[in-house]
Design a protein. Structure first.
Length: 432
């Protein structure tokens, strides 16, 4: 069972570094043999959690026939409607069987109770949004139905000791495409009912990469803070700016970057077409962890979360972006990088890491954290790096080529770590 204490998560009393893969469409779109193979693969790579949307992911591939959480009516224009008063018992029974497989592998379910398209006032309800015009329209759940739905879902799944994402991809800022008073009303009810049903549960919110604010009662009534550095080029600095800001403001609970840029996804806002590579995923992950988000990370690849299966007849991708087949995604190297990151943090920072003041580093793109025994430095471009303001001693250090995971013997002279034959990024480990 997951608990929290101070800045970190624990499982059965032992430090738990949250490393989740993102599989929003798991319950609607995956056959059991494929689910077992997928879990085995991620388990071997070091993942210990899977992030899943309890309901249908609105911007994913079409579900397997009859795999819907409620009775559904389709319209000629492609839109659909749910009858929220009648949960599909077969759907939730199958979901329980999938979670049983996770528990067998000692993996933690992370369940989104209500994604933003089911809630009024979110950007997903903005009819002017060009992205939404290409996907299914929002399916707002009536407020009066929230209690019965949340109570049913939490009581159905609480035996698996999940972590609960109260929301999915929402923001609470008052902007042109959001009406936070409506959204907050809904999620206050969701959180209240969920905590009544599972008083010992671990709760947090999944917010979007443009979110700047969070209601104070949500911060106080949840166990940790999850954010996303996300998929927009302009917001990639969120990986380190968000945890840095939260810690400066006195937030003392665990912080997790729960949605890094998805490997293989198009870079939103890029001047030229390009996709996020393993390098950009590593860059966001290490910057986040060394800036205060060292409770864990959420990785994703574009093909796993919508569960794109090119061999399934009748599948139709509803968005304008084209995902890889899920089998190809399991070959992406970024997942292995995340496993290495988790092992490294638990090796050198099991008792905690404290971010180094970024003003002491020669560039804000370089991030560092330390404890009484080690200093860890992430260098996104493997040039010589000046750490003289940190009073490091001359001598030897460990340098890891993060592209190849090859360890090298580095050297420090006059506070400067010498340049090694590394093509992309590197991690520097200095024993105090």
């Amino acid at each position: 069972m997951i608990t929290t204490k101070g800045k970190y998560l624990y499982k059965d009393g032992k430090r738990f570094f949250y490393l989740a893969d993102t599989c929003w469409s798991g319950f609607t779109s995956i056959e059991m043999p494929d689910w077992k193979y997928y879990l085995d693969t991620r388990k071997r790579e070091g993942f210990n959690a899977i992030q899943i949307n309890v309901l249908r992911q609105y911007d994913s591939t079409a579900p397997i026939d009859e795999r819907e959480p409620f009775p559904i009516v389709y319209h000629d224009d492609g839109n659909y409607e749910y009858d929220y008063t009648k949960p599909n018992q077969a759907y939730f029974d199958n979901a329980k069987k999938m979670l049983e497989e996770m528990v067998k592998r000692d993996m933690v379910p992370v369940l989104v109770l209500l994604w933003g398209n089911f809630v009024p006032g979110t950007w997903m309800n903005d009819n002017k949004n060009p992205f939404l015009s290409r996907v299914h329209k929002p399916q707002i759940m009536p407020y009066e139905q929230l209690h019965d739905y949340i109570s049913y879902v939490v009581n159905t799944f609480k035996e698996f000791n999940p972590i609960y994402f109260v929301s999915g991809d929402v923001g609470f800022d008052d902007t042109e495409d959001q009406q936070p008073e409506k959204t907050i009303k809904y999620y206050r009810e969701v959180l209240k009912v969920a905590k009544e049903a599972d008083p010992d549960g671990v709760f947090t919110f999944h917010i979007n990469d443009k979110a700047k604010t969070m209601p104070e009662d949500f911060l106080n009534d949840t166990n940790m803070y999850c954010y996303q550095s996300g998929h927009g080029i302009a917001n990639q600095a969120n990986a380190y700016l968000v945890p840095e800001k939260m810690r400066k403001e006195g937030y003392k609970k665990p912080i997790i970057d729960a949605e890094l840029c998805y490997e293989g996804l198009d870079k939103f806002g890029a001047k030229q077409p390009a996709k996020y590579s393993a390098y950009e995923v590593r860059e966001a992950a290490w910057r986040a962890v060394l800036s205060g988000s060292d409770a864990g990370l959420g990785y994703g690849s574009y093909g796993i979360w919508p569960w794109n299966d090119n061999y399934r007849e009748g599948q139709q991708m509803t968005g304008f972006l084209k995902p890889y087949d899920w089998r190809e995604c399991l070959k992406f190297r970024g997942a292995k990088d995340m496993g290495f990151l988790k092992d490294t943090v638990l090796c050198y920072g099991a008792d905690g890491l404290n971010p180094v003041d970024s003003s002491l580093l020669e560039s804000p793109t370089i991030r560092a954290a330390e404890n009484s025994d080690y200093l860890l430095v992430y260098n996104p471009v493997a040039n010589p790096i000046d750490l003289s303001k940190l009073n490091v001693k001359d001598g030897q250090c460990k340098v890891v080529d993060l592209q190849t995971l090859r360890p090298l013997e580095g050297s420090i002279k006059n506070g400067i770590v010498a340049m090694e034959p590394v093509v992309e990024d590197e991690l520097i480990v200095i024993k105090k």
